[in-house]
Design a protein around this ligand. Structure first.
Ligand code: F6P
Length: 342
């Protein structure tokens, strides 16, 4: 078999480790041939490829980004898009099956293409950890480490200046990064999309911290909304392939805290730094295992499924299950973290 591998959607630490895991197991154990598809679904639609063999993945496990490149191209759009055109392109390139590594948008497209007869296996990817049907996705651990280190650093400047620091982390639909990084760094409040809060409540947390002689550190997910806002930040015209930029909620909250409490406040948006650089050891291992499991699924002909983590085991789940909803932070997890607020 000739197997095409693509990475689609936002980049994520561990993508290269998945590619390496799939190629090494696929060549050494299953004796299969690989081809790299460049720039996500755009490569499938336009037939953009690059060589991919055991030599090209050497040393790749610890490398950030993706050697294949990525895009947010929708494979159903454009004159060359759609299942019939793609089948034609794949047969011209001699590609029998695809491993698609991506998040909700990528997997939704993979499901539609599989329903139309293409042979695709998915690997879940998201630093946000918001995909249903997998306990953790690679990239999340690295993003949490980066955010935690940044919050630790911001705390020393907060303490030195007696300022309130509002730190904005990624998470357009869910607050997993904020929850974990906020707990790890001992934040005085964690604001996530699942739990809208009023500015009065946030100001009250800041005041109680100041009254104990401390400088408040508040962590907020980019998708958080104040519960007075009409349209949730996370629902503004969302389209998996062509989303408006989020971010900036911290720049609304920080001046409001300052105005209401008199505590000098600053906003910091961490942004794409959370997706950059080398993956953590945990993410390297998880990503490598997922890549190896994906090639096993290809060999077993498990089309229309995604490899996923359940506890410490890897399992196969149908795309439909993976797309059944977003994995939100449960109430109990938030309540547990909130014991430490203020
Ligand atoms: O999907 C992960 C994510 O990190 C989101 O939290 C964020 O909204 C988005 O990617 C931003 O990605 P880009 O700027 O590449 O569209």
């Amino acid at each position: 078999m000739r197997i095409g591998v693509l990475t689609s959607g936002g980049d994520c630490p561990g993508l290269n480790a998945v590619i390496r895991g799939a190629v090494l197991k696929g060549t050494r154990i299953h004796d299969q041939e690989f081809i790299g598809i460049r720039e996500g679904w755009r490569g499938v639609v336009e037939g953009l490829t690059m060589p991919l063999d055991r030599h090209s993945v050497r040393g790749l496990g610890k490398q950030g980004g993706t050697i294949l490149g990525t895009s947010r191209t929708n494979p159903f759009e454009g004159p060359l898009g759609g299942p019939e055109n793609i089948k034609g392109t794949m047969s011209r390139l001699g590609i029998d099956a695809l491993i698609a590594i991506g998040g909700e948008g990528t997997l939704a497209a993979a499901k539609r293409l599989t329903d139309a007869g293409l042979k695709i296996v998915g690997v879940p990817k998201t630093i946000d950890n918001d995909l249903e049907a997998t306990d953790y996705s690679f990239g999340f651990d690295t993003a949490v480490e980066i955010a935690t280190e940044a919050i630790d650093r911001l705390r020393t400047t907060a303490d030195s200046h007696q300022r309130c620091m509002v730190v904005e982390v990624m998470g357009r639909h869910v607050g997993w990064i904020a929850l974990h990084a906020g707990m790890a760094a001992g934040a005085h409040a964690i604001l996530i999309p699942e739990q809208p809060q009023s500015i009065d409540q946030i100001a009250a947390w800041a005041v109680s911290v100041r009254d104990r002689g401390r400088a408040p550190v508040i962590v907020v997910s980019e998708g958080f909304t104040l519960n007075t806002m009409e349209t949730p930040h996370s629902e503004k015209g969302l389209d998996a392939f062509n989303r408006p930029r989020l971010g900036g909620i911290s720049e609304i909250i920080a001046p409001e805290i300052e105005r209401m409490t008199g505590i000098e406040s600053r906003a910091t948006v961490l942004g794409h730094i959370q997706r950059g650089g080398v993956p953590s050891a945990y993410d390297r291992v998880l990503a490598t295992r997922l890549g190896m499991a994906a090639i096993d699924s290809v060999m077993a002909g498990e089309w229309g499924t995604m490899v996923a983590l359940r506890g410490t085991d890897l399992v196969n789940v149908p795309f439909a299950d993976a797309l059944s909803g977003l994995k939100q932070v449960p109430q109990a997890r938030y309540d547990e973290a909130a014991i430490l607020f203020g």
